[in-house]
Design a binder for this molecule. Structure first.
Ligand code: NI
Length: 275
């Protein structure tokens, strides 16, 4: 496969018009195998749990309860060798063609759907998680590390929904302890004619921050692994800032762990100074 990954004009037009793109191959099988090994280790070790960077996207991290949708934020900070992969190189080349030469790209997060118990990722727009003062200019590149289809949770989109502003969201099941967001019931009429994007391992779907998307639960007997990169150029300020109250209402165990880790770090540096 060529290292300089080139999109056709048709693909670029499809992305601009329909809001998404599905690519069959963005890296080699060897690269996928390399990433998969790192990926499995990070989830096995629950890396980042104590700092709040690993948590259940669809649950409240309750003790003794099986994690239905584990997520790791910023996996490359725990495995910097991810930054040397062909995947990052190729995806960066693709992102520059969609966003412009100034676009920056990196590993954003990883989502693991355990076999049979892996939960649905409900319909949402990524921009609902982000700041409400700016129009974001970010895309997510979602890469499965094994073949994906509707049975194990491939990506689904509502074509052209990227032209919407952020719709009203809530924490999953209206539980403020849960990090994951979903469209409120009253907004779900917007889910019209969704398209599924089955893909081989090492393929990718690409969508912008305003695109409505979703993945089904993992009903198969094998784990569904996906690693997500993001690329962006600076956003533009909204003339009329909005309030994303669903984020202000959140009180997740993950942020409590993040705060506790920060306190530990500060305390350790004070001890160092006094010594
Ligand atoms: Ni998303």
């Amino acid at each position: 496969m060529k290292a300089d990954f080139k999109l056709t004009q048709e693909q670029i037009d499809h992305f601009k018009d329909r809001g998404y793109l599905a690519l069959n191959k963005v890296t080699t099988d060897e690269d996928v195998a390399f990433i998969r090994e790192i990926y499995d280790r990070l989830f096995r070790e629950r890396i980042g749990w104590d700092e709040g960077n690993c948590f259940d996207l669809a649950g409240a991290d309750e003790e003794g309860k099986e994690i239905a949708l584990p997520q790791i934020l910023g996996p490359a900070r725990y495995a910097p060798e991810l930054n040397d992969t062909g995947l990052l190189k190729n995806v960066t080349a693709v992102a520059k063609q969609l966003l412009g030469e100034e676009a920056t790209c990196g590993f954003a997060h990883a989502i693991f759907k355990p076999p049979r118990i892996g939960a649905e990722t409900p319909w949402h727009q990524d921009a609902a998680y982000w700041g409400s003062t700016h129009w974001n200019n970010s895309i997510s590149i979602w890469v499965p590390l094994q073949d994906v289809n509707k049975e194990n949770g491939c990506m689904e989109f509502v074509p052209s929904s990227h032209k919407y502003d952020v719709l009203t969201h809530q924490c999953i099941n209206k539980d403020p302890r849960i990090h994951g967001l979903e469209l409120v019931e009253e907004e779900r009429y917007n889910i019209v004619d969704p398209v599924s994007c089955p893909l081989p391992a090492g393929g990718a779907t690409i969508h912008g921050g305003y695109m409505l998307h979703h993945t089904e639960p993992n009903r198969s007997d094998v784990p569904r692994r996906a690693i997500i990169l993001s690329a962006s150029t600076p956003g533009t300020e909204r003339k009329l800032p909005r309030k994303f109250y669903w984020n202000e209402m959140k009180r997740t165990p993950r942020t409590d762990r993040a705060k506790a880790a920060q306190h530990r770090k500060e305390a350790a540096s004070v001890t160092k100074v006094t010594n």
